[in-house]
Design a protein around this ligand. Structure first.
Ligand code: PLP
Length: 385
């Protein structure tokens, strides 16, 4: 018999679409994958070299559960210089990927009887882990007419004495939406009335912004230092999804609890990956800029092309590497269209409903693929519709 809580754990449909796409490829079909959320770039060479060197230098053993001290210091230095703050390394935890911070936060804050607010459409693991913790998930609807940013007024209206945690994500998956500073200011101001409500800010796409948009990090609001969990990592910024390396910043009193969970789950992050993480933060940032500028060019192409498909309309995403077109005028439901486009056109995309019920009427296209493939994919979709 399995524990009852296993009935509440969800999953990430992107991996299911990937499996189906691979199966079609194995049958000899050519598939263009605009489904998976990872950069189509290699990890920069100097980062790979740092990991190889660490292995050759004999770094083969366990490290402290919270990460090696030079890595925590490098993270603190990076945050302090980018956001003009003073974060001490004792609040920082190195973890095996961005996702792990979500799980830790839900285990620390979630339990039956409490409520956790989360963006919808949003990264599916938020809702899944909230449910797994026994807490009640309360969606924060993100709407196209607001550029898929939350409304501070609406978020505040959903808070009550049962609310334990609010999850925020800007720039966002799956919409590419970016929340303007004014909305964050209004939310933080409103939260004065709710001093016991914690905030988890997922800023994993924080360095992928376009049209000179600024990244508003919640780490820059000193008034919420004692209740902020910052989620970030290397997966997207440095094209390191397979390295499994992320980090979080915790309120000082909560950090030891998060660390204790790490000791119980994974002991520590792979040690050579930690050395790679230092090289990424301290080394040349030009590969990051080059990758973001390539995404920016493709963003222009994909949005323009999607808007030419009958029944599609797509707003400009401000960050990340996703376009989230409205497909209601095609007459198809999102999941039907996802299936049709994969089976008939050979293009893998993700139904908006994989990111929550407010994703109905949309599809997620990842533009972490070549311009040539994007153009070909749109042609194939037009043909099949
Ligand atoms: N947060 C968001 C919003 C994401 O889109 C993703 C990955 O797609 C993650 C976190 C997880 O990142 P990682 O691969 O480092 O676990």
């Amino acid at each position: 018999m399995l524990a009852e809580r296993m009935n509440h754990l969800g999953t990430e449909t992107a991996f299911e679409v990937l499996a189906r796409a691979n199966a079609l490829e194995a049958e000899g079909r050519e598939i263009i994958n605009l489904g998976i959320g990872q950069p189509d770039f290699q990890t920069p060479e100097h980062i790979v070299e740092a990991a190889i060197k660490a292995l050759k230098d004999g770094h083969h053993g366990y490290t402290p559960a919270s990460g090696i001290p030079p890595l925590r210091q490098a993270i603190a230095d990076d945050l302090n210089s980018r956001h003009d703050v003073t974060i001490e390394p004792n609040r920082i935890l190195a973890v095996p990927g961005g996702k792990v911070t979500m799980f830790l936060a839900m285990m620390i804050y979630g339990e039956p009887g409490c409520e956790i607010l989360y963006p919808n459409p949003g990264f599916p693991i938020y809702e899944s882990t909230i449910r797994f913790s026994g807490a009640k998930p309360i969606p924060i609807p993100l709407r196209e007419q607001n550029g898929f940013a939350f409304s501070a007024e609406e978020v505040l209206s959903k808070i009550n004495e049962r609310t334990r945690l609010i999850i925020l994500n800007s720039p966002a998956n799956p919409t590419g939406g970016v929340v303007p500073r004014g909305e964050f200011n209004a939310l933080i101001e409103g939260l004065y009335k709710w001093p016991d409500v914690a905030i988890m800010s997922d800023e994993i796409y924080g360095q992928m912004l376009y049209d000179n948009r600024e990244h508003v990090s919640l780490i820059g609001y000193p008034e919420i230092t004692d209740r902020l969990i910052l989620l970030d990592g290397w997966s997207k910024t440095y094209a390191m999804t397979g390295w499994r390396l992320g980090y979080s910043v915790w309120p000082e009193k909560v950090a030891p609890h998060a660390e204790k969970l790490c000791v119980n789950i994974h002991s520590c992050v792979n040690s050579s990956a930690q050395f790679a993480g230092i090289a990424a933060l301290k080394g040349d940032q030009s590969p990051v800029k080059a990758m973001v500028s390539a995404f920016d060019e493709r963003r222009a192409v994909i949005v323009n092309e999607l808007n030419k498909i009958p029944g599609f309309s797509c707003i400009q995403p401000g960050g990340a590497f996703y376009a989230f077109p409205n497909i209601t005028k095609t007459g198809f439901r999102s999941d039907e269209l996802q299936k049709k486009i994969l089976e008939d056109a050979g293009v893998a995309v993700i139904s908006g409903t994989s990111f929550g019920e407010h994703g109905e009427g949309y599809l997620r296209f990842s533009y972490a693929n070549s311009t040539e493939n994007i153009l070909k994919a749109v042609d194939l979709i037009k043909g099949c519709l």
